[in-house]
Design a protein around this ligand. Structure first.
Ligand code: F0G
Length: 355
């Protein structure tokens, strides 16, 4: 019998708050690959550990946000909404705009002017969202959209919308299905802290249902210049090269701490240099191109391993949250190799090939 994938709501509907009446809006998100990363594991110096990368940058709009957006937009349509709104560092806006286009909803996005990667902005423009770039940061944009969604008939689709978390938890289900059990550690970037909350929920629910034998230690990593949870205080002017996680007042702050504490995990931070180093290592050693913010998970693993926090003979997963094509500017700036410009002359070309 042939099996046709119909998107994550159809796949996991018995674990999601949907019914026969829910008009499913899907771009066939989910079912992203869990790729074993042996080269990276050996470069990092992991001792007898198996390392897997959950490449969620292969979702339809290039980030994990699609998992949450299929749920949030389907439920918005079910509730009779005509418009959605979000604040975003880029990926949420791209995803919201795409699912709005698919469902015929109007979409408004607020972004911090000048701080969103080019690929993400181009997506929101192509999908036809109303894009408002403010002279403030993500945290300020989120305050604005919360206010607007309270006072106008427009549904909020940031991760404060509980359906977003429900959709995103399915990444944990996929990991458990692929490995046959939950991993020992799960490393993940932390920005607004919705995704770590969602993964922990997914891992916990399937553990309760005995579909796994453990809950992984949740290992969340903020960027040093935006490390509100690590420092225990709101950062008024967050700064990092990883613009997707340039967030100083995470909306799911307490939920992320709960995930950390209940799983015996950690929330720590990594520097921009550590992020860029991991970004290059992943591409160079595994042939996987993620965006800088995504590399915070692997940068976190390197740091944790150096601190002796990673035990031998364990299974480790890291989420790569977004596709490297989102941010061509940083790829070109930090590229592992450079372009050799030469005349169209065979001798010149061969000389440049270094052979
Ligand atoms: N990685 C990427 C590529 C992201 O775009 C984000 C968040 C995160 C990690 C952090 O996830 O916020 O759930 O802790 N991006 C949001 C956005 C804020 O607007 O696209 P989180």
């Amino acid at each position: 019998m042939s099996y046709k994938y119909k998107g994550l709501i159809e796949e996991y509907k018995s674990y999601l708050p949907v019914s026969e009446k829910t008009p499913v809006v899907s771009l066939l998100e989910g079912k992203t690959p869990l790729i074993e990363a042996k080269n990276l594991a050996s470069k990092i110096g992991l001792k007898n550990c198996k390392l897997y990368l959950k490449y969620d940058g292969l979702n339809p709009t290039g980030s994990f946000k699609d998992r949450g957006m299929t749920m949030a937009v389907s439920k918005a349509v079910e509730d009779g909404a005509k418009a959605i709104i979000c604040a975003s560092t880029g990926n949420t806006s791209a995803s919201a705009a795409a699912y709005a286009a698919k469902s015929g909803l109007k979409c408004y996005v607020l972004i911090p002017d000048g701080y969103i990667a080019m690929g993400k902005l181009s997506q929101a423009m192509m999908y036809g969202a109303c894009i408002i770039a403010i002279d403030g940061n993500f945290d300020e944009a989120l305050e604005m959209v919360l206010d607007i969604s309270k006072n106008y008939p427009i549904k909020l689709v940031n991760s404060l919308n509980p359906y977003r978390i429900e959709g995103q938890k399915t990444a944990s289900f996929e990991i458990i299905e692929d490995l046959g059990d939950a991993p020992d550690y799960h490393f993940i970037p932390v920005g607004n802290a919705g995704n770590i909350t969602a993964y922990f929920k997914g891992f916990s629910e399937w553990y309760e249902l005995k579909k796994s034998t453990k809950i992984p230690k949740m290992m969340g990593y903020e960027a040093l210049g935006a490390a509100a949870i690590v420092k225990g205080e709101r950062i008024l002017k967050p700064e990092t090269i990883a613009t997707a996680i340039r967030i100083g007042n995470p909306a799911s702050w307490e939920k992320a701490e709960n995930a950390r504490d209940k799983s015996n995990g950690t929330i720590d931070c990594v520097t921009d240099d550590e992020i860029i180093n991991a970004y290059k290592m992943i591409a160079q050693n595994e042939g996987i191109f993620c965006e800088p913010s995504s590399a915070a998970s692997v940068a976190g693993l390197i740091k944790a391993n150096n601190m002796g926090l990673v035990q031998e003979n364990t299974i480790i997963t890291c989420t790569l949250t977004g596709n490297g094509l989102k941010d061509p500017d940083n790829a070109i700036k930090y590229g592992v190799s450079q372009v050799h410009k030469t005349k169209c002359d065979i001798n010149e070309i061969v000389k440049n090939m270094g052979i």
